[in-house]
Design a binder for this molecule. Structure first.
Ligand SMILES: O=C(O)CCC(=O)C(=O)O
Ligand SMILES: [Fe+2]
Length: 351
């Protein structure tokens, strides 16, 4: 998470583990439409599908760091309720992913079961786009804090998307207009927590390999364990790289929906969470993700204009509504028809 005191309270990230060196992009520079920062951010979204967003030196960034601290407090309060209480708010997959997910509900890549507890809170519930849902008490008490975190995260993602619009050469505001807070969507705040597992191997998987299905994800964590499989690498243990959490920074990653919209120019990378490296594996791990999904009314079809490649002969536009598309993809993954893998990152074809 956010601020350095959280990092100081925990064992350090070890120096001797393989790390993916993703660029650290200053949010202040992106706000100022700094050209070099926008280009680096765009290139990172194409090459890695991930970058670090440095929130220092920006008022909006500082506010979001404070909001994220409150979400970390909320994680502690929520999971302290215990799984028996939280089961009353259990999620109902595949129809409804909001609510509590206990450990052991998902298959991991090694054929075992996941070790991550999650509680997912839907945007519409929090901003009032639909009738409020009854959540665990810890969440009900902090509705206002959650709304602030959501609105501020959303504004930061929208600012990033504006720079992507420019780099893609499409009309300003295009990407963010497809995932507004004003319309219903499956956008959510996800609270994640895993307990240390001293009895298990260092490489034990906490949350299996996946790509995020939505448009973009903004993530705060303090303890390592998040890993990315860099594009072009076979999915074997030695090829995965850690993303090192940094104080004052959020981790941003591109989701599958943006890959669709950009005709595969941007990349959504395969990532997972394994047991935290070194001494960090001895403490509980918390993270908060803001997972942006397109509005229910948005289209999944490829955007037109700029450097986005037009559909080739024989290629059909995606016409399914966003919810059907997401349900179809989840079903393919659950049934094993589609192995989750890195998508997009295609070369730019000069017209
Ligand atoms: O906990 C993390 O660091 C990553 C979580 C994640 O990838 C997700 O919730 O989609
Ligand atoms: Fe993810």
């Amino acid at each position: 998470m956010p601020n350095s005191h959280y990092f100081d309270q925990n064992p350090p990230f070890p120096e001797d583990v393989p790390v993916l060196e993703i660029p650290r992009i200053s949010f202040q520079q992106l706000q100022n439409a700094n050209h070099a920062s926008s280009v680096s951010m765009f290139e990172a979204c194409r090459e890695y599908g991930f970058f670090l967003l440095d929130l220092n030196h920006s008022d909006e960034g500082a506010t979001l760091l404070q909001d994220a601290e409150k979400m970390f407090e909320l994680i502690t309060e929520t999971f302290a309720l215990g799984s028996e209480t939280l089961e009353k708010y259990a999620y109902d997959p595949p129809r409804d992913l909001t609510g509590y997910k206990a450990t052991g509900k998902l298959k991991t890549d090694d054929g075992k079961l996941d070790l991550m507890e999650m509680y997912t809170i839907n945007q519409d519930d929090i901003v009032g786009n639909r009738q409020a849902r009854k959540n665990a008490d810890s969440i009900e008490i902090r509705r206002n804090d959650i709304e602030q975190f959501m609105r501020h995260s959303h504004a930061i993602v929208a600012a990033v998307q504006s720079r992507l619009d420019e780099q893609l050469g499409i009309r300003s505001g295009t990407l963010s207009s497809l995932n507004t807070l004003e319309e219903t969507s499956d956008t959510s705040v996800r609270l994640l927590r895993s307990q240390p597992t001293p009895e298990l191997q260092d490489s034990s998987i906490t949350l299996g390999g996946h790509t995020d299905i939505g448009t973009m994800t903004l993530l705060f964590n303090v303890i390592g364990g998040l890993q990315v499989l860099p594009a072009g690498n076979e999915n074997v243990l030695g090829n995965w790289r850690y993303i090192r959490p940094r104080p004052g920074c959020a981790i941003i990653n591109v989701g599958d929906t943006t890959v669709e919209w950009t005709g595969g120019l941007l990349r959504s990378s395969l990532h997972r969470v394994i047991r935290a490296p070194g001494e960090q594996g001895t403490v509980p791990r918390q993270s908060v993700a803001y997972l942006v999904r397109p509005c229910h009314s948005a289209s999944m079809s490829r955007l037109r204009g700029g450097i986005i490649p037009p559909l080739k002969e024989g290629e059909a536009d995606e016409t399914r509504p966003v919810s059907d598309w997401a349900a179809w993809r989840s079903k393919q993954i659950i049934s094993g028809e589609l192995k989750p893998q890195t998508r997009g990152g295609n070369p730019i074809v000069q017209g």
